[in-house]
Ligand binder design. Sequence first.
Ligand code: FVH
Length: 291
Amino acid sequence: MTDRHPVTVVGLGAMGREIARVLLEAGHPTTVWNRTRSRADDLVARGATRADTVGQAVAGSPLVLVCVLDYAATRELLEPVAAELAGRTVVQLTTGTPRQARELAAWAAEHGIAYVDSGMMATPPMVGRPGSAFLYSGDEAAFSRYRETLELLGTARWFGADAGLASLYDLALLSGMYTMFAGFLHGAAMVGTAGVSAAEFAADAGDWLRAMTGSLPHAARFVDTGDYTTDVQSVEFNKSALDVIVQASRDQGVAADLVAPIQELLARQLAEGHGKEAFDRIIESIRPRPA
Ligand code: FVH
């Protein structure tokens, strides 16, 4: 017996299975559905209720968590059961763009469905463990109603009523992650030409990158004030450093595809006459210009 409310999880891939497991272990009566039926077997053995159809799954709970590959799959699954979803809350955990989130939120509103969008800042083993964070935006009343449940998956962070905000923030953080890993791989390719293993390089790269993240607030100040005045780390100085990195990479037989775009952005700032200003000014070459 439990006083926890029922929850439905649609989509039992690597993430959905972990999410359902955490909810089940916390005592939520959990209904599960997955396109490939056998992926639910383990959860059913642990006490989850298997739904034979998506309609049956959503009818089982006031809170429906969707965690599938993409928004196209989500819409394919949810649109035929809009009537059953009316009056319930859908939390879309699937990764997508802010526009997709806003469009799905508009569809949900038309059908009387409370809609919360989410960005999952966690990998499957992190779900329900320290370090896991889930970002949310959309229907604030629905989020508040189920916040305690959502906190089981990871720290629940609220971003506002615009359903696209959680996704925007999620993708912004992922951009930082991808470029960091890509930078590490470029460095590993460079030292690899001298016989250094990636494992050996990882230890040094980790120390260096950790030290560098301390400078993020400093970079943010340039961006937020729009004042890039500096007497260190100028565009000119960094353009020369990137020229050396690109040349050294090519000399070692390493393609410069990952670092050359940074060199190019610096070259643009230099050409526009900003050589004495801070490196961080390259953001001006990529962000939308004021109308
Ligand atoms: N795995 C990760 O590390 C990251 C963490 C951050 C967020 N991403 C996003 O989370 C979404 C789900 O990712 P996942 O890791 O659970 O993905 P898979 O293990 O590949 O499972 C995909 C599930 O989607 C089902 N599915 C796919 N297409 C359809 C469809 N047309 N109709 C119904 N279901 C569909 C698939 O079903 P099946 O193949 O088992 O039958 C899985 O349940 C995702 O947006 C990541 O970008 C993950």
